[in-house]
Design a protein around this ligand. Sequence first.
Ligand SMILES: [Zn+2]
Length: 192
Amino acid sequence: MTGKSAARGAPLFKVRRSRVHGRGAFAARRIRKGTRIIEYRGERVSHQEADHRYQERSARDNHTFLFIIDARTVIDAGAGGNDARFINHSCNPNCETVMEGKRVFIEAIRTIQPGEELNYDYQLGRAADDPPDVDAIYACRCGQANCRGTMLWPPKKAPRRTAARPHTPRRAKGAPSTKRGTARKRKQAARR
Ligand SMILES: [Zn+2]
């Protein structure tokens, strides 16, 4: 499987086994900073439908294919998704998600060398009814020096950061907090 560049048709990345998590996406050639790598595609469903779809999966299953577009819509890359769903999380990512209209694109935030694994910060949301070991379930193994140990945001125990950060994490505008008392899959949200 390859990620195709719309402009040149040459594969930008290849999907293969990752040490971080399952399969991952690896740069097939040098990718310049600012390159739009791939659109995050999948079926567009309501939050309710997304929750319903993944309700039966184990709460311990940390695979995440849901991406919040807004208060009404979630992209489910588990249905009709493309290779964007194989891009793993990192606490020190080389890509970010960019929302344009109601579409999500993954773009390089620095130049990426061939063979490097592509990643972005999932910033998975927390919920009031999270089990105490939720951070362990969504543990991050990115191995970066600044790894916060979890794919969730914000970090559980860390005090609110006062230092300037390059990006201010936010939920997708109008995104509802996840419902209480329901088993549901984590949803990723774009930064803006
Ligand atoms: Zn990490």
